[in-house]
Ligand binder design. Structure first.
Ligand SMILES: Cc1cc2nc3c(=O)[nH]c(=O)nc-3n(C[C@H](O)[C@H](O)[C@H](O)COP(=O)(O)OP(=O)(O)OC[C@H]3O[C@@H](n4cnc5c(N)ncnc54)[C@H](O)[C@@H]3O)c2cc1C
Length: 560
């Protein structure tokens, strides 16, 4: 029987309503759909535009947590193996090195391999000569280096693959739909109001069960049901450099702190992070002090760092759950007393015994690396509550879109693909990330309305060294060509997309506008303001319900 559809196109009843379209929500949709449940996932922004689209880009081996958080470390190494198997095309197998700089404590370095062994992380003590030959920009004063199975993981592709697997089994995903109200009938959720953030229309949905995978916003979603869930959002800021000064993920061999991790991601490298408690996951700024700390600490790994060009800065908010503290934690860096003292392990909360609400589950905390495990445990609980007896299959079956040969992604992948299929006539729109016109047209064909930022997340448009200076107007032209029946509609859509995209990029480049990056910024300004006159274009309207904030107070997303 066809599902009932409400007034604005959403199904009016489903088995499971999932709140949040980050990695956890997407993993959950996949898992539950495979167990035969019909799910609807709603996301208030674009897919993976929350923390999953603003993270550091690292598939953890777990080695970063061996000293302070062995439980999180153990989960990471197990899931690292699973994600490599089910999502190879989303991974660049860079490998990881933990290096002991002259500033890192001897006792930590000496204990490190034993701690890795204790939680099952392969860790080899590697000779320094070959390490420095492979990574010539590294500090020549490093004393020891250990190799671990860290890697780089692309979040948007991973989220899309999980959602596609769910869609293949009859479940649905709706971006730009926000849960704005939860109606209770005693100890039961009877209906949920979901607003279309673009049009302002509201649908009323009756799910059998609601799962909040709303990350740092989980406290806000619980509050809609009259429940208190105490989150401790921790802001992490990262710097994107215009070159890969390393082809390997590099960590300092010490307790995790600020600016001690560099991750090569596609054509760039990302230094991070800080960890600073914030009250509101939607309202935070990157401060000059943070950028200074990141550079000071980053120089201990790469002494020439200040001579390299910073492309942009971005930040994300960790969905840390205040109740999961690490016993005996001692603070070490800015914001450490709260942020780094909280476990990166996750929590699946059944609100029936805790709060007397039978059909609400929250799944929070953790790492992107452990998204599948979080989803599995939440799905187990949902199935137990709904009386469904079907086992999880997400660890065994490969995700869609991983290619026939199931290879890892590598830096030359897109170029090789273009050369194999098109030779020189690739119809490139973005030269840095090799994004072609057909790639953009494919996104537009699937998603309408679609902003340039949505296209960026799906294709990496504008994420390379020129940060969109030479491709944004071309991509806006593709939008114009596809937008509507009339030429006016096309121009309007392209203008709005262009302005929104430039605003988003501006947030990430303004805080680091000095030196050679300032020259780059002036060039982009000359193209868009001087030649194309974007200052006369109207800014796109804010989505219904969005809070007005100044451009400078907002922070762009990443990684890349
Ligand atoms: C700075 C930083 C660096 C990190 N680096 C790493 C790393 O290198 N490796 C790693 O494994 N992990 C890393 N993490 C952790 C990882 O990013 C997160 O644990 C993970 O992305 C959380 O995913 P999620 O799906 O639970 O949350 P999110 O991705 O935040 O998804 C929750 C979604 O819910 C949506 N939402 C909220 N309220 C509503 C509502 N009312 N209605 C509809 N939708 C709603 C939000 O818009 C959001 O998109 C990092 C985190 C930070 C902050």
């Amino acid at each position: 029987m066809a599902p009932m559809t409400g007034e604005h196109g959403l199904p009016s009843s489903v088995d499971v309503l999932i709140v949040g379209g980050g990695a956890t929500g997407a993993g959950l949709l996949r898992d539950l759909a495979r167990r035969g449940l019909r799910c609807l996932l709603v996301e208030k922004g674009d897919l993976a535009s929350g923390t999953s689209g603003r993270y550091h880009g690292l598939l953890h081996s777990g080695a970063r947590y061996v000293a302070r958080d062995p439980q999180a470390a153990r989960e990471c190494i197990v899931e690292n193996g699973i994600v490599r198997r089910i999502a190879p095309a989303c991974i660049e197998d860079t490998g990881g090195l933990f290096v002991a700089t002259p500033d890192d404590p001897d006792d930590y370095v000496t204990a490190f391999p034993g701690r890795c062994a204790a939680v099952g992380i392969p860790c080899d003590d590697v000779p320094l000569g070959p390490v420095l030959r492979r990574e010539p920009a590294l500090n020549r004063g490093i004393r020891r280096a250990f190799r671990v199975p860290d890697a780089a993981l692309e979040p948007w592709q991973l989220v899309e693959a999980n959602l596609r697997d769910g869609a293949d089994r009859g479940s649905e995903t709706r971006p730009y739909r926000q849960v704005v109200g939860i109606e209770r009938n005693g100890g039961f959720i009877s209906a949920v109001s979901v607003a279309d953030v673009r049009s302002g229309t509201v649908d009323r949905i009756t799910p059998r069960i609601v799962v909040s995978a709303a990350g740092a916003w989980a406290g806000q979603v619980a509050a809609l049901a009259g429940i208190e869930l105490s989150m401790s959002p921790g802001k992490g800021t990262m710097l994107v450099f215009n070159q890969r000064m390393t082809d390997t993920v590099i960590n300092r061999c010490k307790a995790p702190g600020d600016g001690d991790l560099m991750v090569p991601v596609h054509t760039v490298a990302i230094l991070g992070t800080t960890d600073i408690p914030v009250d509101d996951p939607d309202d935070y700024q990157v401060t000059p002090a943070e950028i200074g700390i990141l550079l000071d600490e980053g120089e201990k790994l790469f002494p020439d760092l200040r001579r390299m060009r910073i492309l942009r800065v971005y930040a994300g908010v960790r969905p840390l759950y205040a109740a999961v503290e690490i016993a005996g934690h001692a603070s070490g860096s800015i914001g450490a007393a709260a942020g780094r003292g909280l476990s990166r392990a996750h929590a699946v909360i059944d609100h029936e015994p805790r709060d007397g609400l039978a059909n609400l589950v929250s799944v929070i905390g953790g790492k992107l690396t452990t998204y599948r495990l979080m989803a599995e445990q939440a799905a187990d609980l949902v199935c137990a509550k709904l009386g469904v007896d079907r086992a999880c299959t997400t660890a065994d079956d490969v995700l869609p879109g991983q290619g026939e040969d199931r290879r890892y992604y590598w830096l030359g992948d897109r170029l090789a693909g273009q050369e194999a299929s098109r030779g020189r006539d690739a119809d490139l729109i973005c030269e840095c990330e090799l994004v072609t016109r057909p790639m953009i047209e494919a996104v537009l064909a699937e998603r309408q309305p679609c902003s340039l930022d949505d296209i960026r997340r799906s294709t990496r448009l504008g994420m390379g060294p020129c940060q969109g200076a030479f491709c944004t107007f071309r991509a806006a032209g593709v939008i114009a060509a596809q937008a509507g029946e009339s030429a006016d509609a096309g121009v309007e859509a392209a203008d709005a997309a262009l302005v929104a995209f430039l605003q988003e990029r501006h947030k990430g480049t303004r805080p680091i506008a000095w030196g050679r990056q300032l020259q780059e910024l002036l060039l982009a300004t000359g193209i868009y303001w001087g030649v194309l006159g974007v200052d006369v274009l109207a800014a796109p309207p804010a989505p219904a319900g969005a809070r007005a904030r100044s451009l400078d107070a907002q922070v762009a997303d990443g990684p890349g």
